[in-house]
Design a protein around this ligand. Structure first.
Ligand code: NZQ
Ligand code: ZN
Length: 385
């Protein structure tokens, strides 16, 4: 096992009806900015439920944070916080609203150009406002981690940031709040959580037995419940299991003491920024080809994945690995998520502009061995057509 330093201070309040706890979680004299996305927070009634739980508080609202939250929009929230002298943020939404709120929390204290926060991957942050979250979409794990992904629309740049100061103080995980999710978003959530586990598990063995068994358990849970929850979004137990699974997939626990990959994510971010595919749609397209192309360097873990996650017992290791990759693809398809770029009407002409973006963003040595160069990404994209 590799050395590690595990830290996660987020208080999770899980279950039906837990929004009512908000007045115990936010100081009574706080001046609160509630951040949310487009229409869903209002149309589902979640925003009203939150406001009711905070009756008597000074509340300001900031809506309109878009999927793949934009720097340009988030800076407007920073201006509201400064002009109204607010001191607590409550994010009500999915990964985009929570990530956006992380950026807002840090940008309020930015000493230079706030975009530098993102250009320096969050490392320059010295101070951030306290914030909490009410999760409405199980997928990203943002509700219990210190990362976020921000897009600057003006130059189509989508980059991750991370800093210990960005953990939510608390997150309320009420599985009934995701009953209203459209099928597409639920399927996206299952795929995103699945790929988060894969990016931390499917690298090379370091004898991290606990992390491996946890990761395999999360993957098997997603395989078991994924198609069911997409078909039955109002089933409490399915939603509860998906929500906790997605949180556990990226809260640092399974990633402590093991190598990480993240090449699929970084390439996927560029595709979202240039072509507008949803985050998880890019992952479902890239991951199968990424695994196929890097079969040699991932051999031992791919075989473990085939045997333990998919119960494939062929003697022939190569055949077992191919079958595990094929099953991964079929799993995404079974959720209704496409696995080739062609299905999105994207062809080989997109490859070189994507390579230029990877170079511009210094994403040239990705993966657990830092050997996923733009040329490797080029080959992976060709396999994804
Ligand atoms: O905008 P509204 O109207 O609210 O609709 C949203 C949005 O259109 C809708 N939605 C959310 N909750 C709903 C709902 N609709 C009905 N009922 C509900 N209860 O869902 C749509 C997508 O929301 P979004 O927040 O964008 O989705 P997701 O949670 O998948 O977040 C994606 C973002 O997270 C980043 C991605 O890159 C992307 O920008 N990620 C963040 C990570 C992190 N912080 O650790 C890791 C991930 O790898 C990921 O990169
Ligand atoms: Zn993701």
């Amino acid at each position: 096992m590799l050395n590690f330093d595990f830290y996660n201070p987020t208080n999770i309040i899980f279950g039906k009806g837990q929004i009512a706890q908000l007045n115990k979680l936010i100081p009574r004299d706080a001046r609160v900015l509630i951040t949310y996305g487009g229409k869903s927070a209002k149309s589902t009634g979640t925003l009203q439920e939150v406001q009711k739980a905070l009756s008597g508080y000074e509340i300001h609202l900031f809506g309109g944070i878009e999927p793949n939250p934009r720097f340009e929009t988030l800076m407007k929230a920073v201006a509201v916080i400064k002009s109204e002298k607010l001191d607590f943020i409550l994010a009500v939404g999915g990964g985009s609203v929570i990530d956006g709120s992380k950026f807002i929390a840090a940008a309020v204290y930015a000493e230079s150009d706030p975009w530098d926060i993102v250009l320096k991957f969050g490392q320059s942050i010295k101070k951030a406002m306290p914030y909490g979250a009410v999760l409405t979409l199980p997928a990203t794990g943002s509700e219990m981690n210190s990362g976020g992904v921000i897009t600057r629309e003006s130059d189509k740049t989508k980059l991750p940031m991370m800093n210990r100061l960005l953990y939510p103080r608390f997150s309320i995980l009420d599985p009934t709040k995701s009953y209203t999710l459209p099928t597409k978003q639920l399927a996206n959530g299952v795929v995103d959580a699945y790929v988060h586990v894969v990016e931390q598990y499917l690298t090379y063995p370091v004898n991290a037995h606990v992390q491996d068994r946890f990761a395999e358990g999360l993957l098997q849970t997603l395989i078991e419940i994924g198609p069911e929850v997409v078909a039955n979004p109002q089933d409490y137990d399915l939603q509860a299991n998906l929500m906790w699974c997605a949180t556990m997939a990226l809260n640092g626990l399974i990633g402590a003491g093991v190598p990480h990959d993240w090449a699929t994510h970084m390439l996927g971010h560029e595709i979202t920024a240039l072509h507008g595919l949803d985050h998880a749609q890019t992952l479902a397209v890239i991951l199968p080809s990424m695994l196929q192309h890097r079969k040699k360097s991932k051999h031992d873990k791919l075989l473990q994945y085939a045997r333990r996650v998919w119960n494939i017992n062929h003697e022939n290791a190569d055949k077992a690995i191919d079958e595990a990759i094929a099953k991964t693809r079929s799993f995404f398809v079974s959720l209704g998520v496409k696995t080739t770029l062609g299905e999105y009407q994207l062809g080989p002409e997109i490859i070189e502009p994507l390579m230029a973006q990877l170079e511009a963003h210094h994403m040239t040595q990705l993966g657990e061995h830092n050997d996923v160069t733009p040329d490797v990404c080029r080959q992976v994209l060709k396999l994804s057509m």
